[in-house]
Write a protein that binds this ligand. Structure first.
Ligand code: MTE
Length: 320
């Protein structure tokens, strides 16, 4: 990103591992216990909490995904106070501080472009599109830090199947809300707003690609991209666009916000690749937030078995 090198998170912000593992056990217990509660309840609860940066409304009725990693989780506090979300400020702690401005109701998501069934969804209807799952994924930021996050979401492919793309649809373009009142960071020209991201159709259809509506069994906090964000675990974190209002199916590769801003530094693909360095820093290693020592970055963020075939025959140094 345009920002400085990764800075050290303050020790006061780090929840001890025993506490977060305990919290996780508790949450999983609660989840199992309430597994029969309908998704409708989840949506209505989220409405009442929307727009409040301190909301901690629980999501219920989700199942665990076999696609999850079993690595130790980062704490709720780490995940929600060390963020990149330039619409809410460029410091790591500013999205949490400015979360109160991001009111997420009413909210609509337009599904449009090269599809047989375009539709403008109310967010609560959108959340009922597919049963939610807990997906524990590694997130590897281009700034060389990483976290393990228990997302709640559903496969993007579920939406794509409903929309019925035409044969012209080769890519999917995602757009974040543009509203400087709710996103005060947009008053500064840090990027050419709104934030735009894109995926090739096969990447969008991949079972690992999800639309997230929550984390740690609760609705997404504003700073993590409420009410709806993309999560693509084998790509650098910036591909996982937050607070989406439009999903458009297109014939041409979308011009993404970071490519527009600095195409020599950020490519369209942005697959996690320890062998292709960012011009200003190495991508060979990363620091897991909460840990002291760096670890090796894995090809495709450790998801190579599942996704390497998508890029067969492509030179990943050129298509970075
Ligand atoms: N989406 C929008 N709209 N704006 C942003 O600034 N930052 C990206 C991505 N999605 C960003 C965004 C970057 S650089 C990262 S690393 C991840 O969000 C961080 O997600 P997290 O804060 O939930 O960990």
């Amino acid at each position: 990103m345009l920002i400085k090198k990764p800075s050290d998170i303050k020790s006061s912000e780090i929840t001890p591992k025993e506490i977060y593992l305990h919290r996780r056990k508790f949450l999983l217990g609660v989840t199992g216990w309430t597994a029969t509660v309908a998704l409708g309840l989840m949506a209505s609860r989220s409405v009442s909490a929307a727009g409040n940066g301190d909301s901690r409304a629980k999501l219920e009725g989700m199942r665990k995904s076999p696609l999850s990693t079993d690595e130790p989780l980062n704490s709720y506090k780490q995940i929600t106070t060390y963020n990149n979300f330039y619409e809410l400020g460029t410091e790591k702690d500013s999205p949490a501080r400015n979360a109160k401005y991001l009111v997420t109701r009413p909210w609509t998501v337009a599904v449009e472009g090269e599809v047989k069934r375009p539709k403008v969804y109310d967010i609560d209807a959108f959340m009922k599109l597919s049963p939610p799952e807990e997906r524990i994924y590694r997130l590897r930021c281009v700034e060389a830090w990483s976290m393990v996050i228990p997302w709640v979401g559903f496969p993007l492919s579920a939406l794509i199947k409903q929309a019925e793309p035409t044969s012209n649809a080769k890519y999917v373009e995602f757009t974040t809300l543009y509203d400087p009142k709710r996103m005060p960071g947009q008053r500064r020209a840090v990027l050419d707003w709104p934030y735009v991201e894109g995926l090739r159709m096969d990447e969008a259809m991949h079972p690992l690609t999800i639309l997230a509506v929550g984390l740690y069994g609760e609705i997404l906090p504003a700073q993590n991209g409420a009410p709806l964000r993309l999560v693509v675990p084998w790509k650098y974190g910036f591909k996982s666009i937050k607070s989406i209002v439009r999903i458009r199916f297109v014939a041409k590769q979308p011009l993404t916000a970071w490519v527009k801003s600095a195409s020599h530094e950020y490519g369209f693909y942005s697959n996690v690749n320890p062998e292709v360095d960012h011009p200003r820093w190495s991508q060979a290693r990363e620091r897991r937030i909460g840990e002291l020592f760096k670890r090796k970055t894995l090809m495709f963020n450790g998801y190579a078995d599942q996704v390497a075939n998508l890029y067969q025959g492509m030179d990943l140094k050129i298509n970075f």
